[in-house]
Design a protein around this ligand. Structure first.
Ligand SMILES: [Zn+2]
Length: 107
């Protein structure tokens, strides 16, 4: 999956302030738009490599293995998704991988 950089830039402008509410002294002095943009650069080369990525640490015998999620989703529960490679375990409750990826890319 490839997400156009201009789509990611639009998402950063529209949603970054909802996603980042840094505490005083942490990243408070930095622009949340730039922080989110930088994460996309590191995690997916600004959307060019947005395919789901299997993370072995979340798979069978991995440090973060979750039996309940694995029973429901199999190895899809061990993947990170989208331009920011968000781990499935960090998705909002009840949200599927597919709905989350759509939400990330619709601005
Ligand atoms: Zn797996």
């Amino acid at each position: 999956m490839r997400v156009a950089p201009e789509v990611i830039a639009g998402f950063c402008r529209v949603r970054s302030r909802d996603l980042f509410q840094p505490r005083e002294g942490d990243l408070a002095a930095l622009d949340p738009v730039k922080i989110l943009w930088a994460f996309a650069g590191v995690e997916s080369s600004f959307g060019l490599q947005s395919n789901p990525r299997h993370e072995n640490g979340y798979c069978y015998n991995g440090r973060y293995f979750d039996a309940m999620l694995t029973d429901k989703w199999g190895c899809l529960a061990h993947c990170s998704y989208g331009p920011w490679q968000v781990m499935f375990t960090n998705f909002p409750p009840g949200v599927s991988q597919f709905r989350f990826c759509r939400w990330l890319t619709v601005t």
